[in-house]
Write a protein that binds this ligand. Structure first.
Ligand SMILES: [Zn+2]
Ligand SMILES: [Zn+2]
Length: 325
């Protein structure tokens, strides 16, 4: 029997390696280090399409709605999961893990890391490390996702599908890397999303059996609650990388192109006040005026009232004094 051609066997080994990476990101780092030992080859910015397959598959899976139909129950579950996961991303992945703008117990930190991890935006360590690099190098060549440097699509959905984008920069997050439970969420970042998808299917099947008046079923809750909700959540989140560095007002003369944009603030629960945020990232609040709607800030205030988080860092008076409008 002839041996397989080198092209076919290397494709097969890449497929096996990539499949492992989908479940164990440590395997990805090991593999990537073998492929790019000096960390400076031209492939670093090339999109790894095999690695990107699940991301594309998530979008295609939304077409399931054509077959499973729609119900009030399914849409309500999708909206609720959008809201709670957006809050976990903005309040915790961003304002807590990336910027440390308030304090929380290890248990509360873990619960919101878990909810954030169900968003299919990787683990909190990866998210925070890239975000800290974004602030450090905003809109320069070293920014991981600058629309002025590399265009809209790159800043929106290209940057994280590459060798560099896939890797967690451990040097940026020593304060977070000391928690083994967070490292675990980062390493096995598909586990929580898969559990959520399975739970939604199970919930739908249970409701179909015991509450038929709700007019839903397993495939329908999977399609709306997981695929549609997660894909919309993803695109809403990354508008802050792409659109909030292009469209809106600049209150502060920051060194980057960040903007304040009401529509993006509504969509992302307050993150659209991005020029405010780039000027002073050290506060838990991003809407600096009373009318700058910031749902995440209101949610964090509520959690503080309940005693679940504390020491929310306010906007300093010197920052308020610098506001021209
Ligand atoms: Zn930014
Ligand atoms: Zn930030």
């Amino acid at each position: 029997m002839p041996s397989p051609s080198p092209t076919r066997s290397s494709f097969a080994s890449r497929l096996v390696a990539t499949s492992r990476r989908w479940f164990d990101t440590q395997a990805a780092f090991d593999q990537a280090d073998r492929e790019h030992p000096d960390g400076a080859t031209g492939g670093r910015h090339r999109i790894d399409w095999l690695r990107a397959a699940p991301f594309i598959g998530m979008h295609l899976a939304c077409l399931m709605v054509l077959w499973v139909g729609v119900s009030t129950t399914a849409v309500a579950v999708a909206v609720a999961l959008y809201a709670i996961r957006m809050f976990a991303l903005t309040g915790f992945y961003h304002r807590y893990f990336s910027h440390r703008t308030f304090r929380a117990s290890r248990a509360v930190q873990f619960v919101f890391a878990l909810i954030g991890a169900s968003s299919v935006q990787r683990g909190p360590l990866w998210w925070a490390a890239h975000h800290r690099n974004h602030h450090r190098h905003a809109d320069t060549v070293a920014d991981p996702h600058s629309p002025s440097q590399r265009g809209f699509w790159w800043s929106h959905a290209g940057w994280f599908l590459t060798h560099d984008g896939f890797r967690t920069d451990w040097e940026r997050i020593p304060d977070l890397a000391r928690y083994p439970e967070l490292r675990w969420l980062d390493r096995f970042d598909t586990v929580v999303p898969v559990l959520l998808a399975a739970a939604l299917y199970g919930l739908g099947a249970t409701l179909e059996r015991f509450a038929p008046q709700l007019d839903t079923n397993g495939p329908q809750l999977l399609a709306w609650g997981f695929f549609v909700s997660t894909v919309v959540l993803f695109h809403a989140t990354v508008t802050i990388n792409s659109l909030a560095h292009r469209f809106g007002r600049r209150r502060f003369e920051t060194r980057d192109d960040s903007r304040n944009n009401l529509w993006l603030a509504l969509l992302t629960f307050g993150e659209g006040w991005h020029n405010n945020h780039h000027f002073f990232p050290g506060t838990a609040r991003q809407g600096f005026r009373w009318w700058e709607v910031d749902l995440t800030w209101y949610g964090l205030r509520l959690l503080a009232t309940l005693g679940l988080v504390h020491d929310l860092k306010p906007v300093p008076t010197w920052v308020l004094a610098r506001m021209r409008s």
